[in-house]
Design a protein around this ligand. Sequence first.
Ligand code: HEM
Length: 219
Amino acid sequence: MKFGNENIRDHFTEEELNAIIRDMIVAGSETTSNTLLWCFVLLMHHPEHKKTIVKEIDEAMGADGIPSSKLREKMPFTCAFIQESVRYFTVVPMGSQHYCQENIKIHGYTIPKGTTILSNLWGVHNDPVTWPNPSQFDPHRHIDDQGKYRNSRNVIPFSIGPRSCLGEALARQEMFIFLIAILQKYEINPVPGEPLPSLVGINSLTYTPANFKLILTER
Ligand code: HEM
């Protein structure tokens, strides 16, 4: 490791390793698992979308195919559903804190050196100019005229720039693979006679769904 020009080390200290491992676990597990939980909540609120996703799964990999991120091309609606889920529920609403290292001027605003900066990712995902009727959950926002998945620069749950989420590629793969693997083998349903899971979450380290029940039935 190199610190400045002089201090060169070829190993981490135990303290550094601890911090890195803790970061990877906290940053890497709660975020991805909460996003998946929100996907389940949304599937129960939108059985019509669940039906379309299950159809894509059955056509793209059948009952015994191996879930893989290579299937994304064949499953545009599933990709759009996940993308709309991460827009609709921004699990890290304000990104993480950054420190402004020098005086800087952006679009006429002066940000003095030393300012703590938070990026309002929730705001980007709920801007009515980019997303008409932002409080409506609609995966079709991410599907083009040819029925293909359309990526958007305005869905930024991992933030942007040099300090954006280190785990974005991994998280995107995990969310896709876990979701299709579960729906390939199980049907997800709400508990009959009970209210659907709440669409209002809890603000903790991440934006988390309140405890909810679901029924998994083998397909
Ligand atoms: C859906 C899942 C995830 C979401 C929504 C998410 C979101 C974020 C956000 C918003 C940041 C702050 C970026 C900033 O403000 O500049 C961040 C940072 C970070 N994330 Fe993730 N993350 C996810 C999954 C993961 C995974 C799976 C890992 C690792 C295996 C990971 C590791 C990190 C690390 C190490 C940072 C700090 C990067 C830095 O400070 O340079 N994240 N993440």
